[in-house]
Design a protein around this ligand. Structure first.
Ligand code: ATP
Length: 217
Protein backbone atom coordinates (compact mmCIF):
# COMPACT_ATOMS: atom_id res chain seq x y z
CA UNK A 1 0.00 0.00 0.00
CA UNK A 2 1.29 3.47 -0.83
CA UNK A 3 0.84 6.25 1.68
CA UNK A 4 0.54 9.69 0.19
CA UNK A 5 2.00 12.39 2.39
CA UNK A 6 0.24 15.66 1.74
CA UNK A 7 2.45 18.72 1.47
CA UNK A 8 -0.63 20.91 1.18
CA UNK A 9 -0.50 23.49 4.01
CA UNK A 10 -3.15 23.24 6.73
CA UNK A 11 -3.24 27.03 6.68
CA UNK A 12 -2.34 29.31 3.83
CA UNK A 13 -2.61 33.10 3.75
CA UNK A 14 -1.76 34.93 0.53
CA UNK A 15 -1.38 38.61 -0.26
CA UNK A 16 -2.93 39.86 2.99
CA UNK A 17 -3.40 43.62 3.07
CA UNK A 18 -4.87 45.57 5.97
CA UNK A 19 -5.03 49.29 6.77
CA UNK A 20 -6.46 50.99 9.83
CA UNK A 21 -8.12 54.37 9.89
CA UNK A 22 -6.65 56.79 12.40
CA UNK A 23 -7.62 60.16 13.76
CA UNK A 24 -10.77 62.17 13.25
CA UNK A 25 -11.92 64.29 10.34
CA UNK A 26 -10.35 66.42 8.87
CA UNK A 27 -7.10 64.78 10.02
CA UNK A 28 -8.38 61.28 9.30
CA UNK A 29 -5.87 59.06 7.51
CA UNK A 30 -5.42 55.47 6.50
CA UNK A 31 -2.35 53.67 7.82
CA UNK A 32 -1.32 50.48 6.01
CA UNK A 33 -0.15 47.74 8.38
CA UNK A 34 -0.08 44.63 6.17
CA UNK A 35 1.01 45.10 2.54
CA UNK A 36 0.77 41.65 1.00
CA UNK A 37 1.76 39.26 3.80
CA UNK A 38 1.97 35.54 2.96
CA UNK A 39 2.13 32.61 5.36
CA UNK A 40 1.81 28.85 5.06
CA UNK A 41 1.72 26.32 7.91
CA UNK A 42 2.10 22.59 7.39
CA UNK A 43 1.00 19.73 9.63
CA UNK A 44 3.55 19.04 12.36
CA UNK A 45 5.25 22.41 12.03
CA UNK A 46 5.94 24.88 14.84
CA UNK A 47 6.53 28.34 13.43
CA UNK A 48 7.50 31.56 15.20
CA UNK A 49 6.18 34.91 14.03
CA UNK A 50 8.48 37.77 15.00
CA UNK A 51 8.67 41.47 14.28
CA UNK A 52 9.11 44.71 16.14
CA UNK A 53 6.30 46.23 18.22
CA UNK A 54 3.55 47.51 15.97
CA UNK A 55 4.74 45.58 12.91
CA UNK A 56 1.32 43.92 12.56
CA UNK A 57 1.77 40.44 14.06
CA UNK A 58 -1.49 40.51 16.05
CA UNK A 59 -3.29 42.05 13.07
CA UNK A 60 -2.11 39.19 10.85
CA UNK A 61 -3.16 36.62 13.46
CA UNK A 62 -6.63 38.19 13.75
CA UNK A 63 -6.96 37.96 9.97
CA UNK A 64 -5.86 34.30 10.05
CA UNK A 65 -8.54 33.37 12.59
CA UNK A 66 -11.22 35.37 10.79
CA UNK A 67 -11.66 37.93 13.58
CA UNK A 68 -10.63 40.73 11.22
CA UNK A 69 -11.48 41.08 7.55
CA UNK A 70 -8.49 41.87 5.34
CA UNK A 71 -8.70 44.57 2.66
CA UNK A 72 -7.19 42.11 0.19
CA UNK A 73 -5.85 38.56 0.12
CA UNK A 74 -7.17 35.17 1.12
CA UNK A 75 -6.89 32.68 3.98
CA UNK A 76 -7.53 28.95 3.57
CA UNK A 77 -7.67 26.60 6.56
CA UNK A 78 -8.04 22.83 6.45
CA UNK A 79 -9.33 21.56 9.76
CA UNK A 80 -10.05 23.07 13.13
CA UNK A 81 -8.46 26.28 14.31
CA UNK A 82 -7.62 27.22 17.90
CA UNK A 83 -6.73 30.77 18.84
CA UNK A 84 -5.19 32.20 21.98
CA UNK A 85 -5.49 36.00 21.73
CA UNK A 86 -3.12 38.37 23.53
CA UNK A 87 -5.94 39.58 25.80
CA UNK A 88 -7.85 36.63 27.30
CA UNK A 89 -11.48 36.59 26.22
CA UNK A 90 -13.21 35.20 29.29
CA UNK A 91 -16.41 35.72 31.25
CA UNK A 92 -15.42 37.17 34.59
CA UNK A 93 -18.19 35.47 36.59
CA UNK A 94 -17.65 31.97 35.20
CA UNK A 95 -15.27 29.48 36.83
CA UNK A 96 -12.55 27.63 34.90
CA UNK A 97 -14.75 24.50 34.79
CA UNK A 98 -17.69 26.52 33.49
CA UNK A 99 -15.52 28.01 30.74
CA UNK A 100 -14.46 24.55 29.59
CA UNK A 101 -18.10 23.37 29.62
CA UNK A 102 -19.20 26.37 27.59
CA UNK A 103 -16.41 26.08 25.02
CA UNK A 104 -16.89 22.30 24.82
CA UNK A 105 -20.50 22.87 23.84
CA UNK A 106 -19.52 25.54 21.31
CA UNK A 107 -17.05 23.07 19.77
CA UNK A 108 -19.81 20.39 19.77
CA UNK A 109 -17.72 18.03 21.91
CA UNK A 110 -19.38 15.22 23.83
CA UNK A 111 -19.52 15.76 27.61
CA UNK A 112 -17.07 12.87 28.18
CA UNK A 113 -14.58 14.11 25.56
CA UNK A 114 -14.70 17.64 26.96
CA UNK A 115 -14.16 16.43 30.56
CA UNK A 116 -11.24 14.20 29.56
CA UNK A 117 -9.60 17.02 27.55
CA UNK A 118 -10.17 19.48 30.41
CA UNK A 119 -8.58 17.14 32.95
CA UNK A 120 -5.51 16.67 30.73
CA UNK A 121 -5.15 20.43 30.22
CA UNK A 122 -5.42 21.22 33.96
CA UNK A 123 -2.66 18.69 34.54
CA UNK A 124 -0.46 19.70 31.59
CA UNK A 125 -0.56 23.38 32.54
CA UNK A 126 -0.67 22.84 36.31
CA UNK A 127 -3.80 24.69 37.39
CA UNK A 128 -5.94 21.88 38.85
CA UNK A 129 -6.37 23.95 42.04
CA UNK A 130 -8.45 26.54 40.20
CA UNK A 131 -11.20 24.40 38.67
CA UNK A 132 -13.89 26.16 40.72
CA UNK A 133 -12.37 29.66 40.76
CA UNK A 134 -14.07 32.51 38.91
CA UNK A 135 -12.08 34.13 36.08
CA UNK A 136 -12.08 37.54 37.80
CA UNK A 137 -10.30 35.97 40.82
CA UNK A 138 -7.51 34.31 38.87
CA UNK A 139 -3.96 35.69 38.75
CA UNK A 140 -2.71 36.96 35.37
CA UNK A 141 -0.64 33.81 34.80
CA UNK A 142 -3.50 31.45 35.68
CA UNK A 143 -5.82 33.43 33.41
CA UNK A 144 -3.26 32.93 30.62
CA UNK A 145 -3.36 29.17 31.34
CA UNK A 146 -7.15 29.19 31.04
CA UNK A 147 -6.88 31.18 27.79
CA UNK A 148 -4.44 28.64 26.36
CA UNK A 149 -6.44 25.68 27.69
CA UNK A 150 -9.60 26.91 25.96
CA UNK A 151 -7.73 27.26 22.65
CA UNK A 152 -6.46 23.68 23.03
CA UNK A 153 -9.69 22.07 24.26
CA UNK A 154 -10.89 20.65 20.93
CA UNK A 155 -7.41 19.52 19.82
CA UNK A 156 -7.18 21.97 16.90
CA UNK A 157 -5.26 21.12 13.73
CA UNK A 158 -3.86 24.63 13.70
CA UNK A 159 -3.10 26.51 16.91
CA UNK A 160 -2.43 30.26 16.75
CA UNK A 161 -0.93 31.79 19.89
CA UNK A 162 -0.38 35.51 20.41
CA UNK A 163 2.40 35.84 23.03
CA UNK A 164 0.92 33.01 25.10
CA UNK A 165 3.48 32.86 27.88
CA UNK A 166 3.96 36.50 28.87
CA UNK A 167 2.61 35.84 32.39
CA UNK A 168 3.93 32.30 32.89
CA UNK A 169 6.41 31.32 35.59
CA UNK A 170 9.44 29.26 34.52
CA UNK A 171 7.88 25.88 35.29
CA UNK A 172 4.76 26.74 33.27
CA UNK A 173 6.91 28.10 30.44
CA UNK A 174 8.67 24.71 30.21
CA UNK A 175 5.34 22.88 30.44
CA UNK A 176 4.10 25.07 27.59
CA UNK A 177 6.97 23.98 25.33
CA UNK A 178 6.38 20.30 26.26
CA UNK A 179 2.81 20.76 25.18
CA UNK A 180 3.91 22.33 21.88
CA UNK A 181 6.33 19.42 21.30
CA UNK A 182 3.44 16.96 21.77
CA UNK A 183 1.40 18.85 19.22
CA UNK A 184 4.23 18.73 16.71
CA UNK A 185 4.60 14.96 17.28
CA UNK A 186 0.84 14.54 16.77
CA UNK A 187 1.06 16.31 13.40
CA UNK A 188 -0.61 19.52 14.52
CA UNK A 189 0.56 22.95 13.35
CA UNK A 190 1.39 25.76 15.79
CA UNK A 191 2.10 29.43 15.08
CA UNK A 192 3.47 31.46 18.00
CA UNK A 193 4.00 35.20 18.14
CA UNK A 194 7.17 35.60 20.15
CA UNK A 195 9.48 38.37 21.29
CA UNK A 196 12.09 36.17 22.91
CA UNK A 197 15.23 35.59 20.88
CA UNK A 198 15.97 32.65 23.20
CA UNK A 199 12.86 30.87 21.88
CA UNK A 200 13.96 30.93 18.27
CA UNK A 201 15.73 27.60 18.46
CA UNK A 202 12.49 25.95 19.61
CA UNK A 203 10.80 26.74 16.30
CA UNK A 204 11.09 24.72 13.11
CA UNK A 205 11.00 28.01 11.23
CA UNK A 206 10.82 31.69 12.05
CA UNK A 207 8.87 34.16 9.91
CA UNK A 208 9.59 37.86 10.32
CA UNK A 209 7.03 40.56 9.63
CA UNK A 210 8.56 43.77 8.36
CA UNK A 211 7.12 46.69 6.42
CA UNK A 212 3.84 44.77 6.16
CA UNK A 213 5.37 41.72 4.49
CA UNK A 214 6.60 38.36 5.73
CA UNK A 215 10.04 36.91 5.08
CA UNK A 216 11.88 33.84 6.36
CA UNK A 217 14.52 34.48 8.98
N1 ATP B 1 -8.03 48.61 15.85
C1 ATP B 1 -7.01 49.39 15.45
N2 ATP B 1 -7.23 50.64 14.98
C2 ATP B 1 -6.21 51.41 14.56
N3 ATP B 1 -4.91 51.02 14.57
C3 ATP B 1 -4.64 49.79 15.03
C4 ATP B 1 -5.66 48.91 15.50
N4 ATP B 1 -5.09 47.75 15.90
C5 ATP B 1 -3.76 47.89 15.69
N5 ATP B 1 -3.50 49.11 15.17
C6 ATP B 1 -2.18 49.61 14.79
O1 ATP B 1 -1.64 48.73 13.81
C7 ATP B 1 -0.25 48.55 14.01
C8 ATP B 1 0.03 47.06 14.18
O2 ATP B 1 -0.53 46.63 15.42
P1 ATP B 1 -0.42 45.11 15.91
O3 ATP B 1 -1.05 45.03 17.26
O4 ATP B 1 -0.91 44.21 14.86
O5 ATP B 1 1.19 44.96 16.02
P2 ATP B 1 2.07 43.87 16.77
O6 ATP B 1 3.20 43.53 15.86
O7 ATP B 1 1.22 42.72 17.21
O8 ATP B 1 2.59 44.69 18.02
P3 ATP B 1 3.14 44.22 19.48
O9 ATP B 1 4.46 43.53 19.24
O10 ATP B 1 3.33 45.52 20.19
O11 ATP B 1 2.10 43.34 20.12
C9 ATP B 1 0.14 49.40 15.21
O12 ATP B 1 0.65 50.62 14.74
C10 ATP B 1 -1.18 49.61 15.93
O13 ATP B 1 -1.18 50.85 16.61
Amino acid sequence: MTTLVSTEPVLRASGIEKSYRRGVWPARRTVPVLRGADLALRAGEVVGLVGENGSGKSTLMKVLVGALRPDAGSVTVHGRLGHCPQEPVVYERLTCDEHFELFGRAYRMTVDAERAARRDLYRALGFERYTGTRADRLSGGTLAKLNLGLALLADPDVLLLDEPYAGFDWDTYLRFWDLVAHRRAAGRAVLVISHFVADEERFDRVVALRDGRTAPR
